[in-house]
Structure formats: C-alpha cells, structure tokens
Design a protein around this ligand. Structure first.
Ligand code: F6P
Length: 361
C-alpha cells in the first residue's frame, strides 16, 4: 500500500474536508503513503490526464477543517455504466473510470459517499479490480449499519438554529412557521431538529399524518392561549392523498421539495391561522461542520486508511455504540435506514407533546 486515492461522491455535506485531512495525515504519518485527491468524484477519473492533485501538508495549512463542502469537488449526477455524454447520448463509461484508477497506479481508493455512490463504486471495483474502502457521509443519515454518517449532525444543527430563529418571529406575529427540511426518504433530520428546536408538529415520511390532526394540535394550543407554533416537515412527506411533491428543474432533474407550501395552504384554507414557509434547502449541506462531524470524520478517516493498509477491501467504516467498526459495503447498503416506530426519538417526541402524525404514546 504505497499510493492511495480519495474521492468524494454524491451530495456534499459538512465534515468532508475533515475526513480528507485525517486520511492524508494517517496515511503519511503512520504508513508514509502518497495520497492523491481525485477531483469531482468519478468524473475526475474520466478526464485525461486524470483530474487529481497530490495532497501535501501544505494542502491543509489553511481553514479546510472548518469549511463546509468538499475542496476536491463531487458529483451526484449520472450512473457511469449508462452516462449521458456531451451529445446527449448514453454510454457505458465504467471502463474509462477503471482505466483512470489504474493509470494513477493506485493501490487502494477511499470513497466518501452515500449508499448510491457506494453501490456504484462497488460495481466498478468488481469489474476492474479496484481496492476500495468506504466512509459513509450524508446529511440524510439513511445509510444502514452505522449509527451516524458524516454531515448529519451539521444538518440537524442548521435546522435547529433555523427553528430558534423562526420561534421569535412566530411569537411576534402569532403565526405558524413551517420549516421544510431535507432528508430524502427518511425523516431523521426533521425528527432530531424538531425535538431540539421545540417544534409543535413534526411530519416525517415514515408516519402517516392528517391535516385535521395538525389543526387539532394547533387548536389545542390556541385553547391554552398559545397562538404561535413551529411545524417541521421533511421533504419526502406526501400530500394527504399520497402524492409526492416534486420540484422539476429546467434541465429535467427532479428533486423533492414543496411540501411545506402544501401544508401551509391546507392549514390556511381550513382555519384563520396565518402560516409562513421556510424551505431550508442546501444551507443544511454547506454550513461549517459541527465539532461532532469534524470528530466523526477524523475518526472515520484514520480507520479507513488502516483498513486499506490491512488490505481489508470492500468494507465500510461505521459507528456503533461509540466505537468505530467496519462492515461489508453490501451489508451497509442493503437496507435503507428509515426512522423506525421503535426509534427512541419517536417516543421522545410523543412524550413532550409533539404531533407526529396518526400515532399515540
Ligand atoms: O442526499 C442529500 C440531499 O441533500 C437530499 O437531502 C436532497 O433530497 C438531495 O440531496 C438534493 O440534491 P441536489 O443537491 O442535487 O439538489
């Protein structure tokens, strides 16, 4: 193991730079390895020459540890086995990516990504003899087999801070402030931030809700002379009729978004409660990483280098009961980690009186 590569793949999040930094120092200081940072995920391996930089101590002499995003760049577009080319045709680019890896003379590659990226890299590794180890990152916290992924804590902090800021304006205007948060098909960000930020209502995709149920909660508050409220809605919550709310961009890409407006309109059309909506969006991804994310990323980075050194490939680093462990990538991606009914945070939310949908204590 003399020369290793790192790439970040999928949506960015807080803590990626901390992970890259930790990988570099562990590899250099403990094993004297050369570390190559590949730019823009697998897209960098498609360039000729491969788009990459050799990392040195100087790379990390500034504020990288504290900055959101990934200084290597990333991509969350396209499937290399069926990728759109410039002339809008689809073609299999996997061979070229594999060639890129071998041209660099890498002995191993650390990928920092979510379940989608891990699946792609695992397929590339099988096809082209790539020695890979994965580090889970995603604000959604939906990767299985790990208690937490890099970026989740930062996203929860941003959403909590947003609720704190919305609280005062909600009180001032006696309004219902609705905060739409990210999370893909899981409600982890909404549930955690909602509890931390004092939400009165939390809607997550895993639990069925009704508009009348929300209104009952707001009326019950009104009867206690509380005329303001905070509602957190996860982006994947569906309309009452089961329809997903999707935003389609000009280039045809579709993303979840807009459920906050739906909930506000429904409440306003059935009551005299005034609602306002804040869709937090990518602020949750680009914020400076929290201390917890920097620490988790640093610990994951060290462990990932050790796995490569021991030639334990096709593994993902994971957090379990405050210990860093490793699991097979297949095991990590085989189950999508949703909020389960027996999640202690569900009981916590219900116990402090939050309306969480059609379930009871
Ligand atoms: O998976 C991370 C995530 O931020 C999701 O929460 C969100 O649905 C999606 O990515 C947004 O993707 P994009 O950055 O392409 O808009």
């Amino acid at each position: 193991m003399k020369k290793i590569g790192i790439l970040t793949s999928g949506g960015d999040c807080g803590g990626l730079n901390a992970a890259i930094r930790s990988i570099f120092f562990r590899a250099k200081n403990k094993y004297n390895m050369t570390v190559i940072g590949i730019r823009n995920g697998t897209s960098g391996l498609l360039e000729r020459p491969v788009d990459c930089i050799e990392l040195t101590q100087k790379t990390f002499s500034g504020y990288l540890l504290k900055q959101g995003g990934t200084f290597l760049g990333t991509t969350n577009k396209g499937y290399p086995f069926d990728l759109s080319t410039k002339d809008n045709k689809k073609s299999d680019q996997s061979k070229k990516i594999i060639e890129g890896y071998h041209q660099l003379g890498l002995d191993g590659l650390i990928i920092i990504g979510g379940d989608g990226s891990m699946q792609i890299l695992q397929n590339l590794a099988k096809k082209g003899n790539l020695n890979i180890v994965a580090i889970p990152k995603t604000i959604d916290n939906d990767v299985g087999a790990t208690n937490s992924s890099i970026g989740f804590d930062t996203a929860v902090n941003v959403a909590t801070q947003a609720l704190d800021n919305l609280h005062s304006t909600a009180v001032s205007h006696s309004r219902s402030m609705i905060l739409e948060v990210m999370g893909r098909d899981a409600g982890h960000i909404a549930l955690s931030a909602g509890i931390a930020g004092g939400a009165d209502v939390i809607l997550i995709p895993e639990i069925k809700y009704s508009i009348n149920g929300i209104i009952d909660k707001l009326n019950e508050m009104k009867n206690r002379n509380v005329k303001h409220s905070l509602i957190v809605v996860a982006e994947a919550v569906k309309k009452e009729n089961g329809e997903k709310v999707i935003h389609e961009y000009k280039d045809g890409q579709k993303r979840l978004g807009g459920i906050g407006e739906y909930v506000a309109n429904e409440i306003m059309s059935k009551t005299d409660i005034e609602c306002r909506v804040t869709a937090l969006g990518h602020v949750q991804r680009g914020a400076p990483p929290t201390a917890n994310d920097r620490i988790l990323a640093s610990a994951f980075g060290v462990y990932a280098v050790d796995l490569l050194y021991k030639k334990k490939f096709d593994r993902m680093v994971a957090l379990k009961d405050r210990k860093i462990i490793d699991v097979s990538i297949t095991e990590a991606i085989k189950t999508y980690k949703n909020v389960e009914r027996n999640d202690p945070l569900v009981e916590t939310a219900l116990s402090i009186g939050i309306y969480l949908g059609d379930i009871k204590l």
